[in-house]
Design a protein around this ligand. Structure first.
Ligand code: DAH
Length: 339
């Protein structure tokens, strides 16, 4: 019997398998109820009493050997990576295509970088807003047309929950919680209920800037605007400020830059005027400062707001606004960041 056990031992040590089915067949052959080990155990009762101890131990060892061997074979097969079968690992890989930055992101980052050089820091606010931050705190009269349903997406009425129509809402949020000096730039997405066309969309992007401190003057605003325009559109850019109206600024103005396409001579883009409008601005209305808890006798400020799509169009001449949100890779591929 010992011979038989030794022979099985050698046999088991040499076992190999290339599929799980083969492993299972080996398990049946050696370890099942009708297998070799069970047969040895059945014979065990015929073993002479003085040999029982030695043979019993040998059978147990054999059983352990077979169990371990079969488990090992099973593990080996399970961990073998068959996904590489037939692959040519020496082949040169296909180039990985890198994405590009979205044109609106490129321009937004450029705007932010310019204002950052003037000491402005980024502030952000929610896109889902309330009436107070979008309208009331900004001095919009109760019957101001901008509150109209036709412009504003309302989510809920009384109390009003709405999608912000401009990033000016971030102004009031920051003024409510921050002691001047305040020097912030607020990039973000805004929503207006417009029919989608090449020239209008129901969402777009703005960047707002706000500076509140003691003795902030219109000259500070003008110089900031000139610096921005020249950094953004080149050192020869001229600006002009036209009187305008916004509820939250007094006086208010709209800024034009000399047309960066014809250099100011007049072309189809600037409709022959030599100027294109790029932003709205003004001195923060004292009512707004007071509504946000800032002493308007002590502090003054300027604010400005611009559309990122508009600036992007001026820089890259994108004719159809819808291109910005269609994720067409052929369009996006055309924009490579300047740096
Ligand atoms: N909020 C204005 C808009 O959406 C833009 C604007 C105009 C922002 C004048 C300002 C400002 O801060 O002073 O059209």
């Amino acid at each position: 019997m010992l011979n038989k056990i030794n022979q099985l031992q050698d046999e088991i040590k040499a076992l190999s398998a290339s599929t799980m089915e083969q492993v299972e067949a080996l398990r049946v052959k050696y370890l099942s109820k009708k297998g070799e080990v069970s047969a040895l155990m059945a014979d065990f009762r015929n073993v002479a009493a003085d040999q029982k101890r030695q043979i019993g131990m040998a059978i147990n060892e054999l059983k352990e050997l077979a169990t371990n061997k079969i488990n090992d074979l099973r593990k080996q097969l399970a961990s073998a990576d068959t996904s590489l079968d037939g692959l040519d690992l020496t082949r040169t890989p296909s180039p990985v295509k890198l994405g590009t930055r979205h044109p609106l992101s490129i321009v937004r980052e450029e705007i932010i970088a310019i204002f950052r050089r003037l000491g402005f820091t980024i502030a952000e606010g929610p896109e889902i807003e309330d009436d107070w931050h979008v309208f009331s705190s900004l001095n919009f009269a109760a019957d101001h047309p901008a509150r109209d349903m036709q412009d504003t997406f309302f989510i809920q009425r009384n109390p009003d929950v709405l999608l912000r129509t401009h990033t000016s809402s971030v102004q009031s949020r920051v003024m409510e919680t921050t002691e001047p000096p305040i020097r912030i730039i607020c990039p973000g997405r805004v929503y207006r209920n417009e029919a989608i066309s090449a020239r209008a969309h129901c969402f777009f992007h703005q960047v707002e800037a706000l500076y509140v401190d003691q003795n902030v003057s219109y000259a500070d605003l003008r110089q900031t605007l000139l610096y921005f325009a020249r950094e953004m559109f080149g050192p020869d850019t001229k600006i002009r400020l036209r009187p305008s109206y916004f509820p939250f600024t007094e006086p208010s103005a709209e800024m034009d830059i000399s047309c960066n396409i014809c250099g100011g001579k007049g072309c189809a883009f600037c409709k022959g005027t030599g100027w294109v409008e790029i932003l709205g601005c003004g001195m923060v209305d004292p009512n707004v400062l007071e509504a946000c808890g800032i002493d308007s006798k002590k502090y003054s400020g300027f604010a400005l707001g611009m559309g990122v799509e508009r600036i992007t169009n001026l820089k890259y001449r994108v004719k159809d606004l819808r291109m910005f949100s269609e994720n067409d890779v052929r369009f996006l591929d055309e924009f490579q960041p300047a740096h």
